[in-house]
Design a protein around this ligand. Structure first.
Ligand SMILES: [Zn+2]
Length: 127
């Protein structure tokens, strides 16, 4: 289900000539509600996400850490690869990872596979 959800979201192309505005389809005013998310996900049959969602949102960490982990679980970080799939164009030289400048700036590379990021995580976990 998560893969299908990601696939559907990545099909959306941004229109450069229109004003960008975020709306949430499940609210009459278009305003997002974190409280409604677990019920909505379960109503829509996204059970695997509700488990992750509950785990993340019950963690006793600052809200910004929970938000970060939620975005990580969804794979929704605005990397170059993610933005290009949504129609934003970049110059060739700006597509690379800002840490190693060797690989395309992709979610999995940026957080887990980059040799500089691996070194960072190693230091954090050995601290
Ligand atoms: Zn890198």
């Amino acid at each position: 289900m998560l893969e299908k959800m990601i696939e559907e979201v990545t099909k959306i192309k941004l229109a450069h000539e229109k004003e960008d505005r975020l709306i949430w389809l499940y609210d009459s005013k278009g305003e997002f509600s974190v409280k409604r998310m677990p019920n909505l996900l379960m109503e829509k049959g996204v059970e695997d996400l509700s488990f992750v969602f509950n785990k993340i949102w019950k963690m006793k960490v600052p809200a910004r850490v929970r938000s970060f982990l939620w975005m990580l679980a969804l794979g929704r970080f605005p990397t170059i690869e993610f933005l290009e799939r949504r129609g934003i164009q970049f110059q060739q030289m700006r597509k690379k990872c800002p840490w190693c400048d060797k690989e395309l700036e992709r979610f999995d590379h940026l957080f887990f596979k980059c040799k500089f990021v691996k070194g960072f995580w190693r230091r954090i976990f050995n601290w």
